[in-house]
Design a protein around this ligand. Sequence first.
Ligand code: ATP
Ligand code: MG
Ligand code: MG
Length: 406
Amino acid sequence: RASMQPAALPHDGQGGPPVHGVTNTVVGVLGGGQLGKMLCQASSQMGIRIVILDPLPGCPASSVSDEHVVGSFTDGDTVREFAKRCGVLTVEIEHVDAATLERLEKQGVDCEPKASTIMIIQDKYRQKRHFSKCGIPLPDFMEVDTLHSIEEAGEKFGYPLMVKSKRLAYDGRGNAVAKNKEELSSVVASLGGFEHGLYVERWTPFVKELSVIVARSRDSSTVCYPVVETIHKENICHVVEAPAEVPDKIKKLATSVAEKAIKSLEGAGVFAVELFLTEDNQILLNEVAPRPHNSGHHTIESCYTSQYEQHLRAILGLPLGDPSMKAPAAIMYNILGEDEGEAGFYLAHQLIRRVLDIPGASVHWYAKPEMRKQRKMGHITIVGSSKISVKSCLDNLLQSNSSDPK
Ligand code: ATP
Ligand code: MG
Ligand code: MG
């Protein structure tokens, strides 16, 4: 009987076996938090094999990845061993061993984005210097390493003064504000002293915080997601509104600043660009994340191609998908731990149960093994026909939460 095989089977182009499904390439991810989990959910849908490296047994991504290697992404030997399993190596957190990634690249390991990008971004002061050299508008900043130099910076930039750790920052941990000269030494002490590396930024009295997710393919073409507004509470992302309610002119400016910033970095993937909109309609860059981002969670339900699927497409050399919104409006709310332990789990559960009654609302629960105050435990996305309707939906949900008898 004649074979049903086509004349030319799709091959991986590298002398390997025929391609089954989207790709044969195994994706390796450094980190297995919620971003890793949502990346695994996208890869699962497309039948892409994905393995994660994370030190925490039972980390959010562990239940949805093809394999979870329990180990540290900051340990060179562990990362090197892990890389042997993967066709392409990527990150869901920037606080990884970038020096090892650089060595692995020299040995031919495919890291996306490139180690050089992770290196620039994981040190926020180095990141600021890089973008400043590239002509990207930013708040004024200055390295500080003694009480004398931070006092000088205070005189130059005025107060309040934003003091930031160069490394290992997330969710505002690593930032502290000095209201006056007298507060400087206690603020420095609260960040662990000068020895871990500090810098300061001029306080930016922004009118809004915006974010743009930019995806870049392996051949360096880019697509940008609609500009969103991020609302922070005590330095932690609280709510994301998509699209941002700003004039078209501002959307264009924000998108062009974001695209220019990403074009100055190497490698494929999605990147988030956090921006400040000032009263005089300037756009200043706050920071860049070399990975999917909290401000792009809404894309799972609201865009044709989610940021997670887009990241996989980009690093695997597949065509980029359509980043545009398929709904008029979306709002995302982070479920932060309100209490430690069971009391916190109970409060979150109460909220989630009510979300299930709302049409257009989706719950994402990261299933972190431990509940802590202010920790990102999950999120809610509400998609709807207008900004007003999704906002009022969220307001109702949160109001009924606080009036709930405990
Ligand atoms: P992330 O979780 O986004 O990585 P992070 O710990 O790196 O956060 P930043 O993004 O540096 O922290 O700052 C957190 C928030 O603090 C910002 O989103 C903004 O609301 C505020 N902020 C940061 N820098 C400044 C500044 N120079 N002036 C005023 N507010 C600022
Ligand atoms: Mg950051
Ligand atoms: Mg930030």
